[in-house]
Design a protein. Sequence first.
Lengths: 444, 454
Amino acid sequence: MVDLSINCGGIKSPNPFWLASAPPTNSAYQVCKAFEKGWGGAVWKTIGEPVMNVVNRYGSVDYNGQKILGINNIELISDRTVAVNLKEIAETKKLWPDRALIVSLMVESKRETWHDIVKRAIDTGCDGIELNYGCPHGMSERGMGAAVGQVPEYCAMITEWVTEASTIPVLVKLTPNVSDIRYPGRAAKKGGADGISLINTINTIMGVDLDTLELKPSIDGRGGHGGYAGPAVKPIALNMVSQIAIDPEIQLPISAMGGVTTWRDALEFILLGATSVQVCTAVMHYGFRIIDDMVEGMGNWMEEKGYRSLDEIRGKSLKCITDFGSLNLLYKAIARIDESKCIQCNLCTIACDDGAHQCIDVLPKDKHVNGNVLHIGQPKVREADCVGCRLCYLVCPVDGCISMVRVDDDKQSISWNELMKQLPQPLTWEALRQFQQKHGIEIH
Amino acid sequence: MTRIKQGSIQKKEPRSVIRVYPQGLRESVISFPNNTMNQQQATIESERCLQCYDSPCTVACPTHIDIPTFIGMIRSGNVIGAAEVVKTSNALANTCGKICPEEIFCQSVCTRAKQDSPIQIRELHFYATQMESRKGFSRLKVFSTIDGAVAVIGAGPAGLSCAFELTKLGHKVDVYEKDGIGGVPRNSIPSFRLANDELESDTNFLSRFFKTRKEDVNARLFEEIRHHHKAIFLAVGLGVDRPIGIPGERLKGVLPVLQFLHKAKIQPSVLSIGDRVVIIGGGNVSLDAAATAKRLGAESVVLIYRRSESEMRVWKSELNEARRQGVEIRFLTNPVAIVGKSEISGVMCRHTRLSKEKDESGRRVPVELKGSDFVIDADTVIVAIGQSVEAEWLEGFERTENGYVKVNKNFHTSVSGVFAGGDMVAGEGTIVQAVANGKQAAHTIHEHVSKKLR
Ligand SMILES: Cc1cc2nc3c(=O)[nH]c(=O)nc-3n(C[C@H](O)[C@H](O)[C@H](O)COP(=O)(O)OP(=O)(O)OC[C@H]3O[C@@H](n4cnc5c(N)ncnc54)[C@H](O)[C@@H]3O)c2cc1C
Ligand SMILES: Cc1cc2nc3c(=O)[nH]c(=O)nc-3n(C[C@H](O)[C@H](O)[C@H](O)COP(=O)(O)O)c2cc1C
Ligand code: SF4
């Protein structure tokens, strides 16, 4: 049996899948429906100050016929009153004692205001609190959300106000709109947080309508930046999550999000250190029902690979993360084309010729079909010249046609940092060339 | 190391490329005929699925497979989960993945068709079960069951599905089958459409859930089975070819279609059918027989049918396939006698026209045209005008107008405690309908038996 249950900074849930604080967690109706479908937890839509929304709140990037590669929003925190939200949270928690229910909060930066809202949240019986330091629009102009998340000192101060009043676990949700995510992360730790949630949405302008010359989306002719989420932001989120996970000063449980759409995405976050994963855009696109595949798919993968619990895999891929200076300079791989699979589209040829290192030749090969002659060019990698950049592998439309084949003898290894200790400093091109020649590395 | 391009920028002649698709290639590129999709094709196809909320496909599939869910699982790379979804809804998931006429079921209502073209649903579920068996790993475990209150007679699609569903409901089931398990898909459906291992991937999986005894059930055994069980599910299908009732039917060289297909599948080497084959009948079974005769080497294969093409009850894909293989189809032609001395030499036919009158099937009635007789030369005549249920031990059962075994909406026959489903109650249908019958019947049998147990 595979065990998918988790404990994230003291918040327990039967599986690692939580709904992120966003429209899918607006109401008791939605959260109860989601729990019924099998979601392990939910972070209620952020509650707090009085707000009013505008219309045409979302924009999206579509790609090659696929809808919503990324979504951007200028929605604010919950536009329903705090009292209504807290009542529904209490009712929901009573109905679903085994799921994780977390209340997301955002109020003005006053100690008493925070103490008051934290106490009222705890009274609902919820399992934890999430502090929304992320919202990049609307709230930040009023000194909340990203305005807090971007200044580590504020971040530490408010977290401290909350943790001194709270009897339940506190997660701090970070904004990605900073140059180094570790600083707000360390500030949260300093303020006494029990865990870190990330990432909130990323500042973006979705596009310009070429007929009206207005922004997309347009609110009565005007617009501005919004927060970007969905599959497109996953690589950014993976990087930030791993940075928090490996920082020796932080060492807190992580609730990760940003583009999680399937169980595969979720596993990647867990392998990079996450304990729970949160989902918003995928649910807005396909509904709560995606949880079926998430739970099934993760369970099947674990059983197939022989893992029994998520603790066994958490952070397992972090050991691969290193800085550039520690990578092996003598590891060498080249591209190889499997001619039995090649469909002769020659996308690799053009990519290599125009965008890389000019080492794919096209060998003419004529084929007679129904009396016509087809001029087919068979691409072939000139292996001695291939620098192993991997571009052709990426553009090839056929699965398994181009592979990167290791060609070094796996006996030698030297990193840039080690090399710099061997070569005379300051480094000259001359000295570097000698090293390259010695190892048969030719630069064209 | 020579570098050709360094320094000298050569201007290349633009290559003129003529792309020619040999005939038939395009079609086969688009419709993955006999091959499983590869992962890339499956991913692209599953991404086309709109995941629409009402999923009409799920309603239209007689076994109600949760189609958007399993397609979503293929999209995420969870093929094991996808296989689990299809297999727990449809006991013959792999077989149906290969030969279910999706165009009259799930695919006929696909929302995506309103946008461009429908999703290749069947091909995707075939992909799921194939990938699962390639991985050789399934989380579906044998369920624990309570002792033998129910018997199933006939291990074709309906019987197998009923036994599987009953096992899921907690019953230990005794299955009786006179041949190997699999029914028509095993005995008659040509192997070029359904290979043995494709069926076996289902039957091997199902065999883990119940025991099958090799018995040809007769009146005595039937009574014995009744005595030992609280309920029986009958699913013996349509085993008997209908005689055509014209002169010459007994001549050497006249073959009933099921016999012919069975031989062609099991021992093709002992069949000698000659160069000229005539098939009588206008259904899917006739088309299978025609295509099989072609594959056995017959030079000319002529299919005769007394009505016109629009009255033919066949799947378009099969008709096209038969034509592609060179089968000649003569409409408005009625056989009146099979001619020959001891061996046959041909079929005497008469032209027909369609009258305004319609028969009970709603199709126009063919009327023979006097004086239009002609003979089609033949070495073999295959009679494919339908099958019937016949068994002396089934005599006590009430029948429908068409001679099939009569059941109520709970699949209960006129005999208490005996249920029935599949072709024997509905006439020639499809695998998926037989599977659905078996599954539904399992639930009413469960109710019946539970009441008895209480
Ligand atoms: C040539 C042909 C091609 C077809 N092609 C397709 C197709 O492509 N797609 C599709 O969906 N459907 C197709 N069908 C229809 C489909 O095969 C049937 O609808 C389906 O098999 C009916 O299932 P069943 O379980 O009712 O009966 P059967 O499949 O007939 O199974 C009955 C079983 O009962 C056993 N049995 C009979 N009598 C006894 C006895 N006395 N004791 C013990 N066991 C007994 C038989 O041996 C057999 O195994 C085709 C049918 C034919 C004839
Ligand atoms: C429409 C919308 C509204 C959101 N509202 C909130 C919010 O009120 N509070 C909050 O902490 N995050 C909010 N978020 C951010 C999400 O919780 C989440 O961090 C982000 O969408 C990344 O996850 P995803 O890629 O799964 O969507 C919102 C996101 C969207 C798309
Ligand atoms: S999704 Fe619902 S709320 Fe949003 S614009 Fe459409 S109808 Fe209105």
